[in-house]
Design a binder for this molecule. Structure first.
Ligand SMILES: [Ca+2]
Ligand SMILES: [Ca+2]
Length: 260
């Protein structure tokens, strides 16, 4: 076994050989990481905007078409930069996918049914507005996201915070007034204008103040919410649409947990 001075000599020799054998070369040029939201190589192009990310898995789009919207095909950093008006006025909204504004989806009408779980009691009379969002489960950088990511951005004091965070693509957003409505036995929202496609989660939020006429979003505090990112949410297709043929809407049923 080597004694303490022997170990020290060994370390000195090792350090000396490292210093001699491995002279420091010029620093590696930075390369673009393709799903971190940062322009790593300082060429002004972030993630999928950067041609060096062309073949990255997170930038592949399964041949989604560009679609038609005023800014479709233009480079983007977030969904809001793809809008020409408000989210509510462009249905389905254009999204920022792989660094380009696209609208690959089609708007259809569906139906959402809700029941309040036990525990709402008198608080249910304070519900003034309900917002429903279908959020794409890949963020603008191509990373997979779930309810934990969404709820970290969707703060209980600002009904637009999710969109304003710049990280997510909302493929549908609807807001309903709920004042003077008895929600106790459950309630149905119909029609909900949704966008076709898969890879989405459902976020329903209940707010204590009415919808702002300016922003069209609910105001006040969130009283409770439901986020469902289960893998069983079925893909929405054009066949689910009930806007024109009088057919049966695709219907989702959810139970909204007690206030939180
Ligand atoms: Ca990057
Ligand atoms: Ca770059």
């Amino acid at each position: 076994m080597a004694d303490a001075s022997g170990v020290a000599r060994l370390v000195v020799v090792l350090l000396a050989s490292l210093a001699l054998g491995c002279p420091r070369g010029p620093a590696e040029p930075p390369t673009e990481k393709c799903s971190n939201g940062t322009d790593d190589d300082a060429d002004m192009l972030v993630d999928c905007q950067d041609p060096s990310c062309e073949s990255a898995e997170s930038c592949k789009l399964d041949d989604l078409p560009l679609g038609t919207c005023t800014r479709c095909g233009q480079p983007c950093r977030d969904q809001l930069s793809c809008l020409t008006t408000r989210l509510f006025d462009e249905r389905p909204p254009p999204m920022c996918l792989a660094g380009q504004c696209r609208r690959p989806n089609q708007a259809i009408w569906i139906e959402l049914a809700f029941r309040l779980a036990l525990g709402w009691d008198t608080l249910q009379s304070r519900i003034s507005a309900i917002s429903v969002k279908l959020v794409r489960t890949r963020d603008v950088h191509g990373a997979t996201i779930g309810c934990a990511d969404v709820m970290a951005a969707a703060v209980p004091t600002n009904s637009q915070a999710l969109e304003q965070s710049g990280r997510f693509n909302v493929q549908s957003v609807e807001v309903y007034r709920a004042q003077n409505t008895n929600l106790g036995d459950g309630f149905t929202l119909k029609p909900v204008i949704a966008a076709t496609g898969d890879r989405y989660l459902v976020l329903v939020e209940l707010w204590d103040e009415p919808v702002s006429s300016l922003s069209a979003y609910p105001q006040g505090q969130r009283l409770g919410y439901l986020c469902d990112d289960s893998a069983t949410l079925p893909a929405l297709t054009a066949a689910d649409d009930c806007s024109t043929d009088g057919g049966v809407c695709r219907r989702f049923s959810f139970v909204i947990p007690a206030p939180r």
